[in-house]
Design a binder for this molecule. Structure first.
Ligand SMILES: [Zn+2]
Length: 121
C-alpha cells in the first residue's frame, strides 16, 4: 500500500488512518501536529531551539517573518488584514507565519472589541 500524501510504499502494519486517508508514520504525525498558534509546548520548544542556537529577537527568522515583524513594530498595532494586504499575502500564509512568530514570542494577538490586532510580544 501507499501513503496518500508522500506516495511512499508502506507496510499495512506501519500505516495510519487519518480521516480515511492511509498515511505513513511521518505524514500521520505531521497531519496530527499542524502549527497551532496557542500551543504552550510548541512555544517552549521553539523558544528553547532558538536559545540553543543563540537566536534572540528577529535572528533566525525568514525574510518574510522579519517583514511582518518590522511592519508591526513600525505600526505598533495592526490587524491581520492590514498585514496581509501590505505584504500581499494570502490569509493562510499569514496565519502560518504568525504561528511561527507567536511560537517565538515575538508577536501576539490582542482582541479589542470585535477586532483582533497583532502587536509585538
Ligand atoms: Zn507519507
Amino acid at each position: 500500500m501507499k501513503c496518500t500524501r508522500c506516495q511512499e510504499e508502506i507496510l499495512p502494519q506501519d500505516s495510519y488512518d487519518y480521516y480515511g486517508q492511509t498515511l505513513c508514520e511521518d505524514c500521520y504525525i505531521a497531519a496530527l501536529q499542524p502549527p497551532k498558534p496557542c500551543d504552550p509546548t510548541a512555544v517552549a520548544s521553539a523558544t528553547a531551539t532558538r536559545k540553543q542556537l543563540g537566536q534572540t529577537g528577529t535572528a533566525g527568522l525568514t525574510p518574510l517573518q522579519q517583514k511582518i515583524y518590522a511592519y508591526i513594530k513600525e505600526k505598533g498595532k495592526v490587524t491581520k488584514e492590514e498585514v496581509a494586504s501590505f505584504l500581499n499575502l494570502p490569509p493562510w500564509e499569514l496565519e502560518r507565519q504568525f504561528a511561527v512568530l507567536r511560537h517565538c514570542e515575538l508577536v501576539k494577538a490582542t482582541k479589542e472589541g470585535q477586532q483582533i490586532f497583532l502587536t509585538l510580544w
